[in-house]
Design a protein around this ligand. Structure first.
Ligand SMILES: Nc1ncnc2c1ncn2[C@@H]1O[C@H](COP(=O)(O)OP(=O)(O)OP(=O)(O)O)[C@@H](O)[C@H]1O
Ligand SMILES: [Mg+2]
Length: 139
């Protein structure tokens, strides 16, 4: 078996004052090593909900998720989710900072990415002064 991720019967309900919203109803699929998968569907069909579950941000669901040991999940949010009070450099390195991973190698990689995404000259700018696409790239 070369599945890196196998999800089975994922079901998710949101409980609101207005009632129960069934966002996911028994979703199942497998992802193999090297595969690129697109989740396509109309607005509100549950794509973001599923991504939140797969990235372990939402633990309130039923069903099973089997993943390869040590699978790392990176998730770029639909909205850029940047903190407005931090520069884009501080936003980009916040995860490293709070996990105590501000190592020389990691910070060099951050510099590499800032160059790759043409954001170098904006490192000390705040999100409000960036374009939508730039904010997405910071995210
Ligand atoms: N926090 C929440 N509380 C209550 N209902 C929610 C919440 N988040 C999402 N929903 C509902 O769950 C359903 C799925 O939402 P979701 O955001 O996963 O859709 P989506 O497929 O990502 O849509 P879009 O393409 O517009 O981004 C929608 O009916 C939405 O109203
Ligand atoms: Mg969405």
């Amino acid at each position: 078996m070369n599945d890196i991720l196998s999800i089975k019967d994922i079901t998710k309900n949101y409980y609101t004052k207005e009632g129960v919203i069934k966002a996911l109803d028994k979703i199942s699929f497998d992802i193999k090593q090297g595969e690129i998968i697109s989740l396509v569907g109309p607005s509100g069909c549950g794509k973001s909900t599923l991504l939140s579950i797969l990235s372990n941000l939402d633990k309130d669901y039923s069903g099973n998720i089997l993943s390869k040991d040590n699978l790392k999940v990176a998730y770029m949010f639909q909205s850029n989710a940047l903190f407005p009070w931090l520069t884009i450099y501080d936003n980009a390195t916040l995860g490293l900072k709070i996990t105590n991973n501000m190592t020389k190698d990691n910070l060099e990689y951050v510099d590499y990415l800032f160059n790759l995404y043409n954001l170098n000259e904006f490192k000390n700018s705040y999100p409000r002064s960036l374009s939508g696409g730039m904010m997405q790239r910071v995210g």
